[in-house]
Ligand binder design. Structure first.
Ligand code: ARG
Length: 603
């Protein structure tokens, strides 16, 4: 049960006949900012007073008189200019918690209006190692998927990999000129990654001494370099030939197609290793190459329907009557198709295959214009019954406030970063968990290290940039995954110490009593899971969940500091408090799971 929503419904009924738009007025019921004023607050009497030219406090009194909430809240209080303060009744909370204890879903009912979502996320350009820039889309998209599924929606996940770009021309060039056959036979992924790096490096015209140093122990490189006067000439050649290799691939050259086909499984296996480690799975990998054959028809159709037109030899769609805004380009003068063309093809395919109500594109903020443009073209093309959403996110910054890079200024590889997280977590575990055996410590370190990275990303509003800071993300105090994981493990240790039969607490929950303010605060926090998840889903914002979990863990901590649990005065109080502990732990665990973060029983 979503308490906030049911309060809003009661208000909508009370406001019917009083307010012009009862639902909109009822929407002004919010969680209270300050517990001293209650748990929820309705701010609708003030605007309504203005509309009706009446004293808002009188309007508030009218609303209160019409409200039918006696079973749920204490008598509402009218405060200040006309705020209506609502406090949940202790006995209502107590019986609510008893129900929650027996409810696997912790009060979160599956939606009565399920929608179908396609979530396009991660979507790296393959054939180069994944770097830190890929992590936000991957983690945020996964969390949104988990959340929507938990709420009862149907979600199709699609990793729209960039598997058709210029990097393949570079790889083919590298393969033809610089391949180390032995390494390729033994460890193809490693060799492909090396080829990509070398070709990239050659294209940037390296310094002469660096080039000769490398050529000294690479015969093939020496032979290639020997054909050119200097690194600049060589760079020109490498760049031009790579471009031609890409073009040959695209126009169907058999040898290049065969090479591409032989590379792809290795590229995908390489990605999968990272996804497996992060606990992330996709339903589909319809990459750019998949859409390539469909692109001519997309352009033709848009031309036939008069949506696209020729301009200067290119084909484009003008988005404003005045033609002042940059048009959306769908075919270049040389016949090449663009990013927008293939994204238009994704829409057609997804609508035909999955009949989605919404398509979410979890992609960084810098691509905002691209999404605005092709969403508009898609709507003109007739896709008006689909919600298109660019779920945008900011950049990861280093501690210097600039985009996060290695000390040498290069991109930060994703796998080494994950390794470092686990190593650092291991040190924390060694300091705090001397009671654990070696193998357990390593498992905890995996969960803590990866959890820290994920949580640092998910706990900030995705629209903002965030600073990558090891010390902050791994702190055992404050808004971190580590803190939440410890809070969870601490509750499990209470159960172990008290030899508590937790399954029985859930099967046949004891009577819950809400006496102390700290118990009450914890009980209210626990009942807020459903409204939190709905808020998070409405804006596709996992940070709403993170903020809630942190507040819950802090509320638990005050409860545990003021209320005895195992040593409580009476068996009934003990049992009641154990229910509070168990519910807290389960909400933490469920919430972290929606963020893709594991909990461990013993840390
Ligand atoms: N591969 C693209 C990139 O790395 C992201 C693709 C996002 N998805 C999409 N349908 N455009 O920038």
């Amino acid at each position: 049960m979503n308490v906030l929503r049911s309060l809003k419904e009661s208000f909508a009924q009370a406001l019917d006949g009083l307010a012009a738009d009862a639902r909109a007025s009822a929407d002004l019921v919010k969680p209270a900012q300050d517990v001293r004023f209650g748990d929820y607050q309705a701010n609708c009497a003030m605007p309504l007073g203005k509309q009706l030219r009446r004293n808002p406090r009188d309007v508030a009194a009218d609303i209160v008189a019409r409200l039918d909430l006696a079973a749920v809240t204490e008598p509402p209080e009218i405060a200040g200019p006309g705020f209506i303060n609502l406090r949940l009744r202790g006995d209502w909370l107590a019986s609510r918690l008893r129900l929650l204890a027996a409810d696997e879903r912790l009060g979160v009912e599956p939606t009565t209006s399920p929608r179908t979502f396609v979530v396009d996320f991660s979507s790296p350009n393959v054939a180069k190692p994944m770097h830190v820039g890929h992590i936000r889309s991957t983690i945020i998209g996964d969390s949104i998927t988990r959340l929507l599924r938990f709420l009862g929606h149907r979600v199709v996940t699609d990793n729209h990999i960039g598997d058709w770009g210029t990097q393949f021309g570079m790889l083919i060039f590298g393969y033809k000129h610089l391949l180390d056959e032995q390494v390729f036979a033994a460890r193809p992924v490693e060799e492909l990654a090396r080829l990509y790096r070398v070709v990239n490096w050659l294209g940037e015209a390296p310094a002469a001494d660096e080039l000769s140093a490398r050529a000294a122990d690479d015969l093939k490189l020496a032979k290639l370099a020997g054909r050119f006067a200097d690194a600049t000439e060589l760079a020109k050649y490498v760049t031009e030939e790579s471009r031609l290799e890409t073009a040959r691939l695209h126009t169907g050259d058999a040898a290049n197609r065969a090479l591409w086909q032989s590379f792809m499984p290795h590229c995908l296996a390489d990605l999968d290793r990272v996804y497996d480690r992060l606990g992330i799975h996709f339903d589909h990998h319809f990459g750019e190459s998949f859409y390539d054959p469909m692109l001519p028809a997309v352009v033709e159709d848009l031309l036939t329907k008069g949506i696209a037109e020729e301009s200067d030899g290119a084909i484009c769609v003008f988005l404003d009557a005045a033609r002042e805004k940059p048009p959306c380009l769908i075919r270049k003068r040389d016949g090449a198709f663009l990013y927008a063309t293939s994204d238009l093809a994704t829409v057609k395919h997804r609508v035909e295959q999955f009949h989605p109500d919404a398509i979410l594109y979890v992609v960084g903020q810098p691509q905002a214009l691209h999404f605005q443009q092709f969403f508009e073209v898609a709507r003109r093309w007739g896709y008006t019954n689909v919600e298109f959403s660019h779920v945008a996110f900011g950049t990861i910054l280093g501690r210097d406030g600039k985009p996060f890079r290695t000390r040498a200024g290069g991109t930060v590889g994703l796998e080494p970063l994950l390794d470092e997280a686990v190593q650092r977590a291991r040190r924390i575990v060694d300091e705090n968990s001397s009671h654990l055996a070696e193998s357990e410590r390593q498992q905890v370190a995996e969960a803590v290290g990866l959890g820290a990275i994920k949580y640092a990303d998910l706990s900030v509003n995705r629209a903002s940039d965030y600073t990558f800071d090891w010390d902050r993300m791994m702190a055992t105090q404050g808004n971190t995954a580590t803190y939440l994981q410890y809070a969870y493990a601490r509750i499990q240790s209470i159960f172990r110490k008290g030899d508590v039969d937790v399954a029985a607490l859930r099967r046949d929950p004891p009577t819950v009593a809400i006496g102390e303010p700290a118990e009450r605060a914890l009980a209210v926090a626990i009942t807020r899971l459903p409204e939190t998840l709905e808020d998070a889903a409405a804006e596709y914002k996992p940070n709403v969940i993170a903020g809630y979990l942190y507040a819950l863990a802090e509320t638990f901590s005050s409860f545990y500091n003021t209320c005895l649990v195992l040593q409580a005065d009476s068996a009934t109080t003990r049992a009641s408090r154990l229910v509070l502990c168990d519910l807290t732990a389960r909400v933490l665990r469920q919430g972290l799971e929606l963020l893709g973060i594991r909990t461990i029983d013993q840390m």
